[in-house]
Design a protein around this ligand. Sequence first.
Ligand SMILES: C[S@@+](CC[C@H](N)C(=O)[O-])C[C@H]1O[C@@H](n2cnc3c(N)ncnc32)[C@H](O)[C@@H]1O
Ligand code: SF4
Length: 383
Amino acid sequence: MSTFQLPPLSLYIHIPWCIQKCPYCDFNSRALKGSLNEETYIDALLADLDNELFQVHNRPLHSIFIGGGTPSLFSGSAITHLMEGVRQRITLPADAEITLEANPGTLEAGRFEDYRAAGVNRLSIGVQSFDAGCLQRLGRIHGPDEAIAAFHAARAARFERINLDLMFGLPGQDLVQAQHDLEQAIELKPEHISYYQLTLEPGTPFFHAPPTLPLEDSLWEIQQQGQTLLSDHGYKQYEVSAYAQPGEPCRHNINYWTFGDYLGIGAGAHGKQSDPNGVITRRWKVPEPATYLATAGTDRALSGQKTLEPDEITLEFMMNVLRLNQGFSQDLYEQRTGHSFTAIATSIKRTIHDGLLENRNGIFMPTAIGRRFLNNLLEKFLP
Ligand SMILES: C[S@@+](CC[C@H](N)C(=O)[O-])C[C@H]1O[C@@H](n2cnc3c(N)ncnc32)[C@H](O)[C@@H]1O
Ligand code: SF4
C-alpha cells in the first residue's frame, strides 16, 4: 500500500514587472512600459486561480508568496482585491504566512499599511547591498538610505516579520564591504536574512559582458566570515542562502523544500501539485504578460505540464530537501513520494559512507561537506 499523503498546499503569485530590469537578473520580469493596469492583471490572476482549483483537494492554504518582478509596484487596493479574491476561492487560515516582495525604490506613503490591512504579514525587501557604489554597479533604482527607510516604514506599518535580501560577491566588492553590508542589515534586526552569492545567469547583460567579480578565494572568505557574523547574532542558517532568528524561517519556502505542493498563478508562474493517489504534476504558465493577460483562465495560459516519473520524484525530493540543514526523516520521504524507503537505502548508505550525509537518530542531514558539494550528494540519487 502506498505511504503517500497529500502535503500542505501553498500559493505562489507572480507579478512580472519592475521599474527597470537589473542587468544580473534572469527572473521572469521586465521593465514596465507605460501605465500599469493593475485591476486587469488581478482579474487575470483570479481567473487563473479558478482554473487551478481542481488541485486543491479540500486543503486550506499553508502560505502565500507574492513574488516577482516587483509586487510592490501594485497599490494597496490592488493587493486587497487580490487577497479578497483568494479568500473567496480557498480557505485561508488566520495564521497563514503571506509574504510580499518589495523593492525599496517603490516606496510610497501608506502602501505598506495597506498591504498589512489586506492581510500580508511578512515583507521581503530587496536590499542587495548598503553600499552606494555596489548598488549603482548593480543597476539598482535605489540607494542605501531608501533601503533603510523601507525597513523602518515596514516596521511602522506593523510588519513583525521582515526579510532582507542581500547579495555578495558583487562587482568591486571586497571582504570589508561585504561585512559592512551584513553588519548594517543585522543592525536593523530583521527576523530573516537571505544572503545570495551573485551568479552570472545566461541571457543577462552581466553574463554577456561580465563585470570584475571577487576571486574564488575571496568569495570563500566572504561567505565564511558572513556565516560567522550571522550566527554570532542569532541568525541560524537553515538553507543554502537563508538565515533566520529562532522560529522565523520562511514557511512558504520550507514548504517548497520539504516537497510540499503549491499552485502557481501569474505570468510564467510554476506550480507543483499532487493528487490523492500520489501522482505529481508540474505546471507552468506562459511567461509573456500580454499573452498571459489574453489567455488567463483558459488552458492556453498553460505553457506546459509534466507528470513526474517515479525516479524523477525521488531526485526532485532530494534536490529540494537536501538544501535544508534540518534534513529529512524516513516518514517524510515515504509520505511525500509514496515510495518505500528501501528503494533508496543503498544510495543513503553510500552517501553516509562518503561523508556527504549523516544519520542523526533517524534524521538524514547533509554534512558540511555534503552542503558544500551538494551536486555530488544529489548525483547519488540519479535514476
Ligand atoms: C525576484 S527578486 C525579488 C526582489 C525585488 N524584485 C528586488 O529585486 O528588489 C529576489 C531576489 O533574488 C536575488 N537575485 C536576483 N538575481 C540574482 C542573481 N543573479 N544572483 C544572485 N541572487 C539574485 C536578489 O537578492 C533578489 O532580491
Ligand atoms: S527589481 Fe528584482 S526582479 Fe526586477 S529586475 Fe531587479 S532583481 Fe530582477
